[in-house]
Write a protein of this length. Sequence first.
Length: 285
Amino acid sequence: MSAGIDPPSAAPFFDRRAWRLHRERAAREGAVTFLHEAVAERLSDRLGLVDRDFGLALDLGAGGLSCLPDTQSRVRRVIACEPAPRALAALPPPRLCADPELIPFRDASFDLVASCLVLHWCADLPGTLIQLRRALKPDGLLLAAMLGGDTLVELRTALFEAELAEEGGVSPRVSPTAALADAAGLLQRAGYAMPVADSETLTVTYPDMLALLRDLRGMGETNALAERRRFLGRATLARAGAIYAERFGDGQGRIKATFEVLFLAGWAPHPDHSRSRPGPRRRIA
């Protein structure tokens, strides 16, 4: 290659602007928070298994520590970090508007980093985990929850089959996510000590597929893939709803939606780790 000519950059995986706008819209229209609240409670439970208090904490995605008074008793100061300004404005200061893929903090800044349902929007998850490990002080804790690979498997199936039948091809509709089997390995490769990963499956029922799609919009969790097709035709949407009801109905006129949540925990390396520190233990739902 000739000198002075840069190779073409890889196409982006997520449309970061669309993702931020989705979160902005959710905050503007009245966010649907039940899933984030349920997951934040589970993060709080896991934090309760750690026998220590924390000085400065980062709430990445502003969906966990900033919203739970019981965890604030364990943490002296929390900085909320969220990419959508309108969502951030509802939180108490100190707060910072930033994308989780670009952590704007100095190394060794935090005793704790907690993240609730935002890391699955990071195309370079290993790189983000490395940034967070660097932002932790030695013996600092990362505690995170993200959507896993079985999330919305029913919706993926219905949309895939409907789009294939009605339009002769498919486009990406639901973001791919990490698998539990890979999660602890990702933490280890990112340099965390004593990595732990476990999962819980939350099942939510709806009257129909459109009600699920409305909730996803209200959560800010709608499609932000860079290669997405912007709109579904009415016939495709109707067929998808029919497939969903037929395949995944509960026998009582409702459909089920699966949310697999991966919980990650790891420590920034410290010499004391040669002596085992008890950390968040595996939970079985």
